[in-house]
Write a protein that binds this ligand. Sequence first.
Ligand code: UDP
Length: 335
Amino acid sequence: MTSPRILVVGGAGYIGSHMVKLLLAHGCQVMTLDNFSTGYRDAIVGGEFVRADLADRTALDALFASRAFDAVMHFASFIQVGESVNAPAKYYANNVTNTLNLLDAMVAHGVKRFIFSSSAAVYGNPILVPIAEDHPKAPINPYGRTKWMVEQILEDYDRAYGLKSISLRYFNAAGADPAGELGERHEPETHLIPLVLRAASGRAPDIKVFGRDYNTPDGTCIRDYVHVADLCEAHRLALTRLMQDGGSAVYNLGNGNGFSVAEVIAAAERVTDCVIRITHEPRRAGDPPRLVADASLARKGLSWQPRFDCLETIIAHAWAWESKSTTIPLAEGAV
Ligand code: UDP
C-alpha cells in the first residue's frame, strides 16, 4: 500500500487518537477532523487537523474538495448509554444525522471507503453468548439504535452508491497506548476500568458497583474488555482490506473472554497493589448481564490477532496512564 490518505473523524478522542498514531506509524497521510466537543487538541500526535463540525455540510464539502482521501474512519459519536436514554435527540442528531452528512459528502466527492465504529450495543440483551455477528439485533437504548441505524444505512449506501464500508462492533474498549503517550480521557468518565483506577489512585473515594444480583457466578455483570491498540490494529487491517477492493463487512471486536465487575476490581488491586474501596449500588439501567464476543470472523476475515488480550496487561496500561492523568487539562467545553 503506498501512503494512503486517511481522514480520521474524531481523531482527538480516545480511540481516534490512538488510531492517528498507528496510521502515522504505518506511513499513512493522516488528517484529523474534530470539533473538540469531547476531544483534546494535544491528543492529536501528528498529521494535519481541521476543526469542523459534522453538522456543517459546507465545511465537509470544502474539505473533500481540497483533498482526495482514500478512506474515512469515523470515531466521532456520543457514547454514553444513560445519557442517550435521557437525551435521545442529541444522540440521533450526532450519531445518525451528522454521520449521514459525512456519508453524503463522501458520496458527492467520490470517496468510497468507510470504516465505522459500531458497538456490541446493537445486540441488546443477547439470547446467545458468545455473540456472533448474525445474532439478532435488538438494541435496548437510543445509543445502540443509532449504531444499528448507521449500519443499515451503510448497507443501503453500498447497494445504491457503491460506498464500501467495514463496521467494527466493539465490545468494551479499554487500556491505553502501550508507550504511555495516549489514554482514555472522558469527562465525565463512566467506564469501569478508568473509574476503578481513579479509586485506586485516590482521585475518587471508591468504585460504585452497579448491581450484584445478576444471574452470573458472582452476581456482577460480565464484559469482554478489548485493548484500544488491538481495536486500532483491526481498523488498520480493515483499511488494508478495503484498499484491496474487499467488499463491505461487519466484524465483532472482542477477546472472547468475559470478566465480571468484581474480577476487574480484583485484577486492578493486583496490578496497582492498592486496596480499592467498593460501594454497592443498584443496577444501572440498560446493562445486559453478560456481553462476550465471538470474534472468530475478524480473526479469519481480517487476520486480526489481538496482542494485549490479558486483562492485567490492559489494566496495567490504563494504570500507567491514570498515574500521569492528574496533570492533564480537561477538554474544551468539558463539564
Ligand atoms: N460499572 C460499574 N461501576 C461503574 C461503571 C461501570 O459497576 O462505575 C459496570 C457497569 O454496570 C457494567 C460494567 O461495569 O456492568 C461495564 O460498564 P462500562 O460503562 O465500562 O461499559 P459498558 O458495558 O456499559 O459499555
